[in-house]
Design a protein around this ligand. Structure first.
Ligand code: ZN
Length: 334
């Protein structure tokens, strides 16, 4: 999960006498510097009631750091320096977490805040009825999930208006794109599914290390990655199989491309989806779990999933019309 994203906002005019790209670069650089100076100082300070990290928590951070490095190597992605600094991670008791972030419901036990690139983890993250003996592995899984968000967070984008005004405030995290004109996060649902797929593959290729470092048991290893965002994962795997078929490649090849591109920012490969499912399909994918209004998502998401699962183009047209009809009831001007 990812919350509270914007740290950099503002608009300013480009003067005609300077090269546009240079001006944009200057403005973005100073915008980011201002925002991160301010935010970074705040985030380094511990939240009231936050305790020092335990040895186990530090061990968890270092494991995820190692696993991310190996994942990037496998994907053939160059990397240098650390992915995560210990200061970027805040482990909070349920009480401190709720006091600071009472407005959030956290289904994966924490969230990544893109504005200042910090992660907040909630100690109270076990589903009801779960075996307390599984907590250490669950904690590791949740931290891995948030760290993948962090590692995929890359872009602050500039938009140039018709009057040559530049706005910076838009940004990218993996496939997720924040709209400048709304609070909607395009591709948010797809991105969460990709993060879960990444998390599972990353941890499953560390089975021996997980046994050694965390005494993970076979039943714990079998459960890895299945705890959250189930419909998102179904969506990603449905699309992946379709893409593999379309490109005549192995599913692992297309999944690797999907996973890799969340870190490189490439999105053009998603055009496959338009070729497979027809016009406007990519727009539907972008809408999955994209609205800041959960009531819209509740109705629209199952329809979008059904659309991508349908083999019948006639049925897909009907589902699309149903979605459009629903959207008109929410926003009659559309
Ligand atoms: Zn997430």
């Amino acid at each position: 999960m990812e919350k509270n994203p914007i740290a950099i906002t503002g608009t300013s005019k480009i003067s005609d006498d300077k090269n546009i790209q240079e001006v944009i670069k200057d403005q973005i650089t100073s915008g980011i510097a201002n925002a991160s100076d301010k935010k970074h100082t705040e985030s380094i300070l511990h939240l009231e009631g936050e305790r020092a990290k335990s040895e186990k928590e530090i061990k968890r951070i270092e494991a995820v750091e190692t696993y991310l490095g190996r994942l990037f190597d496998k994907l053939g992605l160059p990397h240098e320096g650390r992915f995560i600094e210990q200061d970027q991670i805040h482990f909070l008791s349920q009480e401190v977490f709720e006091k600071n972030f009472s407005q959030f419901t956290c289904d994966v036990g924490g969230f990544f805040r893109a504005g200042d690139r910090v992660i907040f983890m909630n100690d109270n993250n076990m589903p009801e009825g779960a075996d307390p003996a599984d907590k250490e592995i669950t904690d590791l899984e949740h931290l891995t999930h948030e760290c993948i968000h962090l590692a995929s967070h890359a872009k602050t984008l500039a938009n140039i208006g018709e009057d040559k005004s530049v706005s910076y405030g838009n940004y990218r995290t993996g496939y997720r794109v924040l709209g400048l004109d709304s609070n909607d996060s395009k591709f948010n649902g797809f991105n969460e599914g990709v993060v879960c797929a990444t998390e599972r593959l990353m941890l499953l290729s560390e089975v021996e290390d997980l046994k050694k470092r965390f005494h993970a048991t076979e039943p714990q290893l079998e459960k890895l990655g299945y705890g959250a965002y189930v419909s998102n994962q179904v969506l990603v795997h449905t699309l992946n199989h379709k893409i593999a078929e379309f490109r005549k490649e192995k599913p692992v090849t297309s999944l690797t491309r999907i996973i890799r591109s969340q870190f490189t920012g490439e999105m053009m490969h998603l055009r496959d989806i338009e070729d497979i499912y027809g016009k406007d399909s990519l727009d539907l994918l972008a809408k999955f779990q994209s609205s800041s209004d959960s009531k819209i998502n509740e109705v629209r998401d199952p329809l979008i999933l059904k659309y991508f699962q349908s083999e019948d183009s006639g049925e897909r047209i009907e589902i699309k019309e149903e979605i459009e009809k629903f959207e008109k009831t929410v926003n009659p001007t559309q």
